[in-house]
Design a protein around this ligand. Sequence first.
Ligand code: NAP
Length: 311
Amino acid sequence: MAHKVIIVGSGPAGYTAAVYAGRADLKPLVFAGPEPGGQLMITTDVENYPGFPEGVMGPEMMELFKNQAVRFGADVRNEVVTKVDLSQRPFKVYVGDEVFEGETVIVATGASAKWIGIESEVTFGGYGVSACATCDGFFFRGKTVAVVGGGDTAMEEANYLTRHADKVYLVHRRDEFRASQIMQKRVIDNPKIELLTSQTVDEILGDTDPMPKVTGIRLKSTKDDSMKEVPLDGVFVAIGHKPNSDLFKGVLDANDVGYLKINPGSTETNIPGVFACGDVADDKYRQAVTAAGTGCMAAIDAERFLEAHES
Ligand code: NAP
């Protein structure tokens, strides 16, 4: 028999959808995906999620989200959806050769920060290397950090970080920025920001004993390959995000970089009965709390859809 609701993804959006669907007695089936818990699993302290006045570690928070979903009857499986067939209801969701049917599907597959692709970035991830200034900027009060990237996100993050850090380097591989003029101007006019253009990050430097700690970066000039080291305390990678929407390519409407399109004020996609929530459908806010909010909306939308289409 078809499941009432299949949820693909297990970040704040997926688990909140599962809590609401569970409490509506819809017994949601949740596929946790390749990174169970989502992006918060690679964060340390989360201090901006309401209800945790002392902050909470990202992985611990996601465990709480999961436990809450399971408490209300969600069947959470640590499996990766490999294919979907949304051509008719019940929809088909594949995990390898195994097929699951859902009367509704909630897509909560999130987004992934793009990373530079150097090993030291992984070593210091969550310990001085971050892809979210709003989440982690606070920890760099009075310190020196670098933001890597030349788009609007990098400009925004660099400006934001000057609220906390004493000095912010903006490292960009070209000497022209992709960012809008107004955002560039704010950065150029900010006395706390120093531009390091035509440079790539060759290595993030630091200690690993007793805890990983960033102490600097080694930059490589894109003009003459010369190297230089810059002492600092943190590195924010802001070279873009990628929505995890490949499974739905050509099936669900998306913008030109793959963020799923939803009807304004709802989580409805172009296929009735398929809903999208969280970062996969949001290139603007990308916060745990907004993802959780839209996860709630998706479950309510699915519940109402099922009521209206009861056979
Ligand atoms: P983006 O516009 O794609 O910019 C990515 C930047 O990272 C580019 O400068 C790129 O360099 C650089 N980059 C990419 N891969 C790199 C690598 N491997 N190593 C070093 N540098 C690398 O991404 P975004 O800044 O996240 O913006 C995404 C979208 O959201 C844009 O449409 C943007 O306008 C929008 N946005 C708007 C606002 C706002 O209006 N408030 C705020 C944030 C984002 P190159 O330039 O050399 O390619």
